[in-house]
Design a protein around this ligand. Structure first.
Ligand code: GTP
Ligand code: SPV
Ligand code: MN
Length: 597
C-alpha cells in the first residue's frame, strides 16, 4: 500500500478511492498505529478477529453447547452507557446545534481531540471498517468508514451493519462517505468525547468502547448526522422501530414507533400477540432506527439502516420477548451480563430460578440474594437480525416499507393515557414534540427522572431542536398520504408503583385499535388530548387479565396532572426561543383552552 506510505500497513488497500486513501493516511499519521488492517467482512476475518479478541481477554467464549458462536465482553466499569454530557455537535454557529445539544466550535474541537488522538493507537492496530447503513442496493443507503483500534467495535459493527467489501464496492472510486474516527484511548472519562461535525460528515469519538459512543454507524451516523442530512435533503432520520402487522385476512400494515432508550422498541418490534390473536402476525423490519422518505406514491417509506440488534438484556425472557431470546441463542456478543457456572449468560428478569452463584458483570463472584445486580442494568446483546424468527421479508427491501401509522411513546408512571390518536398531522407533531419520559440506564446519570424527550430524539438530534420540529411540520406538505399519528404509554403505575397495563404481547390490543383507526374501521371518542378508544367498539379486552378499574385508571385523563404537564411543556417551548414552531405553541394554547372549558 505504497500510496499510503504508512509504516506497517498490512497488504494493499482494497480501494482506489483517493479521498478514502488520503484520509486513512492522515488519520494514521496522527494516531500512529503499529499496523493498519482493512476489514472485508468475511467469515475468515470474523474467525481471525474473534480468536484474537479471545486471546487478549476482550471476549470470553461461552459454552458452545448452550450458546454456540456466542461471547461475553466485560467493559471497563466506568464505560457502560452513552455519555450525553460528553457528546457534542460541532457546527460553525452555536445556534445551529440548539439548546438541547452540547456544542463546540469545530476548529477547537478538532484541535482538542487531535491532542488526545495523537499517538492514541501506538502499539495497537487501526482497523478500517467500511460499512453501509441501509439495505444493499437501496437508493437511501449510505456509506461510512470507521477507523477504530477496538477489535470489539469491529466485531459489533460486523453484526450491526453491512460491513466490508460490499461497502467499498458501493463507495466506488469517487463516492462520498461518513468519516468516523474512533479510539478507546485510555478510557478515562476526563478524556472521553463524542464529537460530530455534520458540515464535514465527520465523527470523532475517543475514550469509550460502549455501543452508542463507539459503534459510529448507529447513533452518531444514522441519527445525529442522519437527522442533519435529513433536514437538508427532505427526509427523516428517527429513533424508531419499524414493524409489519398482518391480520388473519392477510392485510399488512406497517407502523413506525419512537420510544426513548430502554422504553420498549425492541420488545414492540418483535412482540408475539396473545392467544386471542391467532392468525395475526407481527414481523420486524427494525428495532431502533428508521430512515423515512416520501415515495413517488406520496406515502412515507421507511428503511431500517441497521443489520442487527443492540438490545437491552435485563427483563428479556421467554415470556416478555421470546423472539429476542431466539435472536440471542447463537452468534451473539453479550456485553456486561452475568456468567453462569456452566458458561452461559444470565441477567435480572431471565426465566427460571435465580442461580445460586454467578460471576457478575464485573467478573466478581456473586451469590443469590445479593443486593447488587449480577448484570449491569444497561447490559446488552448484539445479535444479527437474521437470527430473528419474525424478521420481515421486507427487511432488505431497497425501497423499505410504506408507513401507515407513527406512534410516540414515553415512559410515564402517570399523566399520559394508554393510547390516543392525534386529530391531524400538526397535532401529531405536537404529541411527539411534547413527549416526556423517565430516564433509564441507557445513558449515564440519574434514572427515573422525567425529562422532555421530543420524538425520543433528545440525545440524537444533530441540529437545533426547534428546526427539527419545524422540519417535521414541513414534511406534511411533502407527504400526500401521511401516516396517522398516535401516542401510547405502557408505563402507568398504581399506588404501589406497579405497572398497571400488562404490556409486552398485550400491547397487540392497542396496536389492533391503531390498525383499525388507520383503515377507518372503528369509531372513537374525542377527549381534550385526542381521540381514544370508545368503551364499546374500542380495545379488544377478550381474554385480557385486567380488572375494569385498572383499565379505567390506565386510560384516565386527570386535569390536575395535565395542568402540571402543560407548565412543564411551556418551559420546553421557551427553551427553544424564537425557534419554537408557532404551530406547536398554538397547539399548546388550544389544549389549555380545552382543559379550561
Ligand atoms: P434502546 O435499545 O435503548 O433504544 O431501547 P428499546 O426502546 O429497544 O427498549 P427495550 O425494548 O429493550 O425495552 C427496555 C425495557 O423496557 C426493558 O426493561 C423491558 O422489560 C421494558 N419494557 C418493554 N416493553 C414493555 C411493556 O410493554 N411494558 C413494560 N412495563 N415494560 C416494558
Ligand atoms: C439507546 O441508548 O437508545 C440504544 C443503545 O439503542 S446505544 O447504541 O448505546 O445508543
Ligand atoms: Mn436506541
Amino acid at each position: 500500500m505504497a500510496s499510503l506510505q504508512t509504516p506497517g500497513t498490512q497488504g494493499s488497500a482494497p480501494t482506489k478511492n483517493p479521498e478514502l486513501l488520503a484520509w486513512v493516511a492522515k488519520m494514521a499519521q496522527m494516531t500512529q498505529p503499529d499496523q493498519i488492517v482493512w476489514c472485508d467482512g468475511s467469515e475468515e476475518e470474523k474467525k481471525r478477529l474473534t480468536e484474537l479478541a479471545v486471546k487478549q481477554g476482550i471476549l470470553i467464549p461461552l459454552n458452545p453447547q448452550k450458546r454456540p458462536g456466542c461471547y461475553l465482553h466485560r467493559s471497563n466499569p466506568n464505560d457502560v452507557a452513552r455519555v450525553e454530557h460528553l457528546t457534542f455537535i460541532c457546527t460553525t454557529n452555536k445556534e445551529d446545534a440548539g439548546p438541547t445539544n452540547n456544542w463546540m466550535e469545530p476548529e477547537s474541537a478538532y484541535t482538542k481531540l487531535s491532542h488526545l488522538f495523537t499517538g492514541s493507537m501506538k502499539g495497537r492496530t487501526m482497523y478500517v471498517v467500511p460499512y453501509v447503513m441501509g439495505p444493499l442496493g437501496s437508493p437511501f443507503a449510505k456509506v461510512g468508514v470507521e477507523l477504530t483500534d477496538s477489535v470489539y467495535v469491529v466485531l459489533n459493527m460486523r453484526i450491526m451493519t453491512r460491513m466490508g467489501r460490499a461497502a467499498l464496492e458501493m463507495l466506488g472510486d469517487s463516492g462520498e462517505f461518513n468519516r468516523g474516527l474512533h479510539s478507546t484511548g485510555d478510557l478515562d472519562p476526563e478524556r472521553r468525547f463524542i464529537c460530530h461535525f455534520p458540515q464535514d460528515n465527520t465523527i470523532w469519538s475517543i475514550g469509550s468502547g460502549y455501543g452508542g459512543n463507539a459503534l459510529l454507524g448507529k447513533k452518531c451516523m444514522a441519527l445525529r448526522i442522519g437527522s442533519y442530512l435529513g433536514q437538508h435533503e427532505g427526509w427523516l432520520a428517527e429513533h424508531m422501530l419499524i414493524l409489519g402487522v398482518t391480520s388473519p385476512q392477510g392485510e399488512t400494515t406497517y407502523v413506525a414507533a419512537a420510544f426513548p432508550s430502554a422504553c420498549g422498541k425492541t420488545n414492540f418490534a418483535m412482540m408475539i400477540p396473545p392467544k386471542e390473536y391467532a392468525g395475526w402476525k407481527i414481523e420486524t423490519v427494525g428495532d431502533d432506527i428508521a430512515w423515512m422518505r416520501v415515495g413517488p406514491d406520496g406515502r412515507l417509506w421507511a428503511i431500517n439502516p441497521e443489520a442487527g440488534y443492540f438490545g437491552v438484556a435485563p427483563g428479556t425472557n421467554t415470556k416478555s420477548n421470546p423472539n429476542a431470546m431466539a435472536c440471542v441463542a447463537r452468534d451473539t456478543l453479550f456485553t456486561n451480563v452475568a456468567l453462569t457456572a456452566d458458561g452461559d449468560v444470565w441477567w435480572e428478569g431471565m426465566d427460571g430460578e435465580v442461580p445460586e452463584e454467578l460471576t457478575d458483570w464485573q467478573g466478581r463472584p456473586w451469590k443469590k440474594g445479593s443486593t447488587e445486580k449480577a448484570a449491569h442494568p444497561n447490559s446488552r446483546f448484539t445479535a444479527p437480525m437474521t437470527n430473528n424468527p419474525v424478521l420481515s421479508p421486507k427487511a432488505n427491501e431497497p425501497m423499505g416499507v410504506p408507513i401507515s401509522a407513527i406512534i410516540f411513546g414515553g415512559r410515564r408512571s402517570n399523566t399520559v393515557p394508554l393510547v390516543l390518536q392525534a386529530f391531524n398531522w400538526t397535532h401529531g407533531v405536537f404529541l411527539g414534540a411534547t413527549m416526556g419520559s423517565e430516564t433509564t440506564a441507557a445513558a449515564t446519570g440519574k434514572v427515573g427522572v422525567v425529562r422532555r424527550d421530543p420524538m425520543a430524539m433528545l440525545p440524537f438530534c444533530g441540529y437545533h431542536m426547534g428546526d427539527y420540529l419545524q422540519h417535521w411540520l414541513n414534511m406534511q406538505k411533502a407527504i400526500a398520504h401521511p401516516p396517522k399519528i398516535f401516542q401510547v404509554n405502557w408505563f402507568r403505575q398504581d399506588k404501589n408503583g406497579k405497572f398497571i397495563w400488562p404490556g409486552f404481547g398485550e400491547n397487540m390490543r392497542v396496536l389492533e385499535w391503531i390498525v383499525n383507526r388507520v383503515h377507518g374501521r372503528v369509531p372513537t371518542e374525542e377527549t381534550l388530548l385526542g381521540w381514544v378508544p370508545r368503551a364499546d367498539q374500542g380495545l379488544n379486552t377478550k381474554g385480557l387479565d385486567l380488572p375494569r378499574e385498572s383499565l379505567t385508571e390506565v386510560t384516565s385523563i386527570k386535569p390536575d396532572e395535565w395542568k402540571a404537564e402543560l407548565k412543564n411543556q411551556e418551559s420546553f417551548f421557551e427553551s427553544l426561543g424564537l425557534k419554537a414552531p408557532e404551530a406547536l405553541t398554538l397547539q399548546r394554547k388550544l389544549l389549555i383552552s380545552r382543559l379550561e372549558s
